[in-house]
Design a protein around this ligand. Structure first.
Ligand code: HEM
Length: 439
C-alpha cells in the first residue's frame, strides 16, 4: 500500500534543473506561461492544497491574490522611507538581545528569533504578538523543524511508516506541522478580530488590512465565517512565516558571518556609514547613498542564496526547450547557487567581493543580476519587505558592533543541505564599537 502510494505520487520523476541566469530568466520570466505552474505533488505532500501563494496554481486567482498581498505589504511601508519607523521596536529588541558587552553569540538563535519577531509583528501587529509570545514561539519551533528536513523527505514523508520516521535523523512530519501551525494561526486571526481596543500597530497589521480590504471590496461583508476566504488568509500567513521567516533569518545569518570573515569589507561599510551619518544613528531615508552596503547585501545574496533551489516550478504542457521536448507536468528547478557561481557572469565566483556590484555600467550590472528572489511572475512576493528589513538591520548592526571569528578562529562558512542554505552551527564574536574605539 505504502509502496503503491509512493510510486503513484513520486514515481521515477524526471526533473529539469536550470543552472544559469539566462536560461532561468528565459524559462521563468520570458516563457512563464509554459514554466510557471507549481507541481501539484507539493500541495498534497504538505497538506496545504491550493491555498496561500507559494503552492497556489498559476492563473487569475494567483495573480489577484499576489497583487493584493504585495500591495498590502507596500502599504505597510516596505521599500519606503517610513519603514524606519516600523523597524524601531524590532531594532531595539535585537540590540538588547545582543547586549552591550563583548561576547560570543550564536547567530542561528539570534537571527531566527529576530525574524519571527519582525514577520509576526508585521503580520499581526507588534503588541498583539507580544501578548501571544508563547504561541509565536510554538510557530517558530514548527517552522524551524520543517526547514531541517531534507527536501526529498517532504515528498515521501507522509507515506513512511512511523517506525522508520523515528529512525530518521531530523525527520519532521511537515503535513502535521503545517496543520498545527494552521490551527494556531486560525486562533490568532480570530482573537485579533475580537480584540476590543485596537492599537495603532494592529490597525496597521497585514491581517487587519487584509480583512478590511475584503470588506470594502465585498459590500461590507465580513471575511470571518467564510471558510474559503479564512483558509486563504491562513495559507497566506503560513507562507509569510514559512517562506519569509527562515529565508530572511538565514540571509541575515550569512551576512553577519560574511562580515565577521571579511574585516576589510566590514571596515569599508562602517566608513561609508560614518561618511553619510557621522555619529548619528543610520536611517533608511539615506539608503541610496549607501552604495557599498547595498553592494555587500547583493554579494551576500549571490554567494549564499538563502533558498538555493527556490520553489519548484512545473511545465504547464509539453514544451520545446533548447532542443529537448519537456513533457507537461515536469518539475523545473532554478539552481540559483550554481547560477551565481558561474565564472562567466561572476569572475572569482567563490570570493566575497561587494566591489563587483559597484560598476556603474547599467548594462553590465543588469547582466550580472542576482536572482535569489527568483524571477518572473512567480518570483518572491516578499522581496521588497525582505530587502528593507535586511538593509535596516545591517546598517544598525554595523553602526553599533564589530564582528569577528570567536577566539581568533577562522569563520566557518560551510553549510548543510536542506530547503534553505543553512550555515553549519557556529558562533561569532560581537563587540560594541565604543568598546574598541570611538568613530
Ligand atoms: C531573503 C529573503 C527571501 C528570499 C531569498 C526569498 C526567496 C524566494 C524564492 C526563491 C521564491 C520562489 C520563486 C519562484 O518560484 O520562482 C520565493 C517565493 C515566495 N516568497 Fe520569498 N524569499 C524571501 C523572503 C520572503 C518574505 C519576507 C516573504 C513574505 C513575508 C516571502 C514570501 C514569498 C511568497 C509568498 C512566495 C511565493 C510567490 C509565488 O508563488 O507567486 N519571501 N521567495
Amino acid at each position: 500500500m505504502i509502496a503503491t502510494r509512493i510510486l503513484t505520487d513520486i514515481g521515477p520523476v524526471k526533473c529539469l534543473i536550470l543552472n544559469d541566469i539566462q536560461t532561468i530568466n528565459e524559462a521563468f520570466s520570458l516563457r512563464s506561461e509554459e514554466f510557471g505552474a507549481r507541481p501539484a505533488i507539493l500541495g498534497n505532500a504538505t497538506g496545504m492544497g491550493n491555498i496561500g501563494l507559494v503552492l497556489l496554481q498559476s492563473g487569475a486567482y494567483h495573480k489577484q491574490e499576489k497583487k493584493k498581498a504585495m500591495s498590502l505589504l507596500r502599504g505597510l511601508g516596505a521599500g519606503s522611507d517610513k519603514f524606519d519607523e516600523t523597524m524601531q521596536p524590532y531594532i531595539q529588541r535585537i540590540m538588547s538581545l545582543i547586549g552591550d558587552s563583548p561576547r560570543k553569540i550564536n547567530l542561528r538563535n539570534l537571527c531566527s528569533a529576530a525574524m519571527t519577531d519582525i514577520i509576526g509583528g508585521i503580520t499581526f501587529g507588534d503588541s498583539f504578538c507580544n501578548e501571544r509570545s508563547e504561541t509565536c514561539q510554538k510557530i517558530r519551533k514548527l517552522i524551524s523543524n520543517n526547514f531541517q528536513n531534507n527536501p526529498a523527505l517532504i515528498l515521501v514523508g507522509k507515506h513512511l511508516p512511523l517506525k522508520l520516521k523515528q529512525l530518521l535523523d531530523n525527520f519532521t512530519d511537515m503535513e502535521s506541522n503545517i496543520s498545527k501551525m494552521g490551527g494556531l494561526l486560525h486562533g490568532m486571526i480570530k482573537s485579533l478580530h475580537h480584540k476590543e481596543e485596537q492599537n495603532q500597530d494592529i490597525l496597521n497589521s497585514f491581517v487587519f488590512r487584509y480583512v478590511e480590504e475584503y470588506a470594502s471590496s465585498h459590500d461590507g461583508q465580513s471575511l470571518y465565517g467564510n471558510q474559503k476566504e479564512e483558509s486563504q488568509l491562513v495559507g497566506l500567513i503560513i507562507d509569510f512565516f514559512q517562506a519569509g521567516c527562515e529565508t530572511t533569518a538565514v540571509n541575515l545569518e550569512w551576512l553577519m558571518l560574511l562580515l565577521a570573515a571579511n574585516p576589510d569589507v566590514q571596515q569599508k561599510a562602517q566608513q561609508e556609514l560614518a561618511s553619510v551619518f557621522g555619529k548619528d544613528p543610520p536611517t533608511l531615508k539615506e539608503r541610496r547613498k549607501l552604495k557599498y552596503i547595498t553592494a555587500l547585501i547583493a554579494e551576500g545574496l549571490r554567494i549564499r542564496p538563502p533558498a538555493p533551489l527556490g520553489a519548484p516550478h512545473s511545465t504547464t504542457r509539453d514544451v520545446k526547450f533548447h532542443g529537448y521536448t519537456i513533457p507537461g507536468g515536469t518539475p523545473v528547478l532554478g539552481y540559483y547557487i550554481s547560477a551565481h557561481h558561474n565564472p562567466n557572469d561572476f569572475p572569482d565566483p567563490h570570493q566575497f567581493k561587494p566591489e563587483r556590484f559597484l560598476n556603474n555600467d547599467s548594462d553590465e550590472r543588469r547582466s550580472k543580476r542576482v536572482i535569489s528572489f527568483g524571477i518572473g511572475p512567480r518570483s518572491c512576493a516578499g522581496e521588497q519587505l525582505a530587502r528593507s528589513i535586511m538593509e535596516s538591520l545591517i546598517i544598525h548592526i554595523l553602526h553599533q558592533y564589530n564582528l569577528s571569528g570567536k577566539d581568533g578562529e577562522e569563520v566557518d562558512l560551510s553549510f548543510k543541505a536542506g530547503i534553505n542554505l543553512v550555515p553549519n552551527e557556529n558562533e561569532v564574536f560581537i563587540c560594541p564599537r565604543e568598546a574598541i574605539k570611538p568613530l
